[in-house]
Design a protein around this ligand. Structure first.
Ligand SMILES: Cc1cc2nc3c(=O)[nH]c(=O)nc-3n(C[C@H](O)[C@H](O)[C@H](O)COP(=O)(O)OP(=O)(O)OC[C@H]3O[C@@H](n4cnc5c(N)ncnc54)[C@H](O)[C@@H]3O)c2cc1C
Length: 386
């Protein structure tokens, strides 16, 4: 690991999580991947360490850290297991953060302590079968009837929505009496739906290419009734508020991608030293050494990009463009490194018993989730006035 200029406290956190990843996460990662099981025991360990409360103030049960400390933890987890890393990223960044950022004091006090303790998980329901990149096209609706929101619609690909400890999903829904999406004058609001709720159906887990130990389900909402005070943030600001959450989320996903990219470097160095071909370790072949050098370079550049975006966000400076750049370059680095690491492992790279095979399957989603690479380019281009 390069000298990253972390403070003593940050370096201590990084080391603690790295040790946990090596000793607790790594030994069970392949089994959970194979069985497609949610790693409750690992999540409980992360909860004990306080990881789910990292970026939240102590008064709500958090650790009093910040977005950057969360990113450091996510990076170290993703170095060995992306499913565990995305469970933390989605739990903190998408589940709890909207409540903290936009919730009333009563909503914070009701939901945050269990989320920060890692005893409960929150989910974020933006994507719909017909509205992903174009999330302003949300079709889910919520109408105020006799003091309750009545919510109808469906959501797709919702992380952490179906675990035994899921306590809520915050959904975006059209609340304009006349309908109409945001691009046509309609309003979208965010509403907290407790899990379970009558009328909320959590569909069967998706069969995914990767992230096998992460929990992902479709949701159907049929006349789900929640009290009026479950509105999160101002009425009509739900879409804008979710976009703000996604901007920070991109930095955290970038950290996850950097972790995966670094994990590929780690595995490739070890394998290239041990594996012999033509009478010498394959690391002695310059083609292999150069490949690993390129992997390390990509990882370093991607890490620098997310450190920069996080520093801007924490300093209260504009960071949307830098977050999009970090997400774009680090997800590409993760995919490129996973492909290269698999190649370095030869036939073994295609065998699930080797972590690089899992990294390879886990990498592709990084160019899709929380805004595709095309959407990141769109955001960067807009910042350039294009
Ligand atoms: C495992 C997993 C977990 C997820 N977790 C969550 C979650 O917790 N909460 C949640 O709300 N969502 C979640 N998502 C959804 C994810 O954010 C979306 O899949 C993603 O934003 C892309 O939306 P889409 O799938 O509808 O693709 P589409 O929007 O249909 O895009 C299809 C293709 O068209 C391209 N495209 C679209 N518009 C443009 C444009 N204007 N210019 C150029 N290209 C364009 C896209 O880049 C993509 O290549 C998850 C997805 C997965 C797979």
């Amino acid at each position: 690991m390069p000298d990253t200029g972390l403070s003593d406290e940050q370096e201590a956190l990084r080391r603690t999580v790295a040790e946990f990843a090596r000793e607790v996460v790594a030994p069970v990662a392949a089994r959970h991947d194979e069985e497609r099981s949610f790693p409750y025991e690992v999540v409980a360990g992360m909860a004990t360490m306080g990881l789910f409360g990292l970026p939240f103030p102590e008064e709500y049960g958090g650790m009093g850290g910040d977005l950057f400390s969360l990113c450091l933890a996510i990076e170290e987890l993703a170095r060995v297991d992306s499913s565990v890393a995305i469970t933390l990223e989605a739990g903190c960044g998408l589940g709890a953060m909207p409540i903290y950022r936009f919730g009333t004091e009563a909503q914070r006090r009701r939901w945050l302590p269990a989320l920060c303790a890692g005893e409960a998980l929150g989910a974020f329901g933006l994507t719909e079968p017909e509205a992903g990149s174009d999330a302003g096209g949300t079709r889910t609706s919520a109408q105020l009837v006799d003091g309750s929101w009545v919510v109808n619609g469906s959501k797709a690909f919702i992380t952490n929505s179906g675990t035994r400890i899921t306590s809520l999903v915050t959904v975006t829904a059209r609340t304009s009496p006349a309908g109409g999406d945001v691009t046509h004058g309609g309003e979208i609001s965010a509403i907290v739906i407790p899990v379970p709720s009558d009328g909320l159906e959590v569909g069967p887990a998706y069969s995914k290419v990767g992230w096998h130990a992460s929990d992902t389900h479709p949701l159907t909402l049929t006349d789900v009734r929640v009290p009026a005070d479950h509105l999160l943030g101002e009425r009509g600001r739900g879409y804008a508020n979710f976009l703000a959450i996604l901007a920070e989320g991109r930095i955290a996903i970038s950290a996850l991608a950097v972790g995966l990219a670094q994990g590929c470097v780690d595995e490739s160095i070890a394998y290239a030293r041990a594996r012999r071909a033509f009478g010498q370790p394959i690391a002695s072949h310059q083609a292999i050494a150069f490949t690993i050098a390129e992997m390390e370079a990509r990882t370093h550049v991607a890490r620098t990009a997310y450190y920069d975006a996080a520093a801007r966000a924490l300093a209260g400076r504009p960071f949307a463009k830098e977050a999009a750049i970090a997400k774009l370059v680090s997800s590409a680095a993760a995919v490129d490194n996973a492909r290269a690491a698999t190649q370095i492992h030869g036939g073994n790279g295609f065998m699930n018993e080797y972590p690089v095979a899992r990294h390879w399957r886990d990498s592709k989603i990084l160019e899709i989730g929380e805004g595709t690479s095309e959407i990141q380019k769109l955001l960067i281009a807009r910042h350039l006035g294009l």
